[in-house]
Design a protein around this ligand. Sequence first.
Ligand code: PMP
Length: 366
Amino acid sequence: MIYLDNAATTKPCEEAIEAAAKCMRSCFGNPSSLHKMGIEAEKIITSAKKTILNRLNKEGEIFFTSGATESNNLAIFGTAQALKRRGNRIVTTAIEHPSVAEPMKILAGRGFEIISIKPSEYESPQLFEDALIDAVNEKTILLSFMSVNNETGYITDSNRIYKAVKRKYPTCVIHVDGVQGFCKVPISADLISLSSHKIHGIKGVGALYKAKNTRLLPIVYGGGQQLGLRSGTEPVDLIAAFDAAIKAYPENFTLFSELRHKLMLLLEQLDGIIVNSKNSVDNIVNFSVIGIRSEIMLHFLEEKGIYVSSGSACSKGKISPVLEALGVSAQNADSAVRVSFCRNNTANELEILTEALSEGIKRFKR
Ligand code: PMP
């Protein structure tokens, strides 16, 4: 089996599995309990918070959630609710994950003015970033964008945007969906959404980083855990695995750029390939196999034990609006394939992938 769909999810690493199992066996107390077992569980949570803050290179608070979908919802609805008296303008992009895009639609229905900026309307990523910065005005309570896009790997420079926006409008809250960027690119924001299962942790846990003094209201009410911002008993075992997965995730390693370089060379030798990833992280390569629909190629590769994603993420027969907003034509989006690496992939696997692609092209090309 060759797994090249790591932007969808990653295999839990041994360190994460071990940490979760150890926690379930011997540290299963409720972190809110006042006795020793509760205190031990609380220590695991404190340690994981420290690990996340260290990796983000930030000071501030960490709130654990059920995943980045919830983190994004908490960041967006929580800010809108907390700051609605100050303004009703929110700036975002046309390439967001549905867990940002859908809350934005709901807020639009509640009377918020949602400004959505599309990269394809600008000549360069820098001009797109300038447009995001320029769209913020004194009425803007929230700017929300992703640091790395999940479909093509497109990078938006949050350091640059954060500095420019805060210089002019220090009270505008900046939220970054950091799911695909965490451990890969630096992230600057007041609120950062993270997901454990994208970095070899376990599904069902995520986090929201919150800078000190950033106002946020809860979206879930109950027992008042996590300073009342996210009620519910914390999944200590999943949090322990999240902590272990981050510690096991290498810093500054060159494997992804080597794999990308290799894949680009191999793809150049095939007929009719168009690379859709531009300005992107090394671990995500989206390309189109002209004339062959994504699903056809995906299932052909699957028969050979190779797992990739149909980069177009079609819903109800419609082409992904995200690929369109990133400047990919409808025809190319219809034949898009997304390959995404993790640290367990090898150059040899990419050779096997491109041999299979070549066979598929011969078989299906009209
Ligand atoms: N944002 C991005 C950019 C993602 O890729 C994903 C996962 N596909 C999410 C948010 C949602 O994360 P989770 O699966 O943890 O809810």
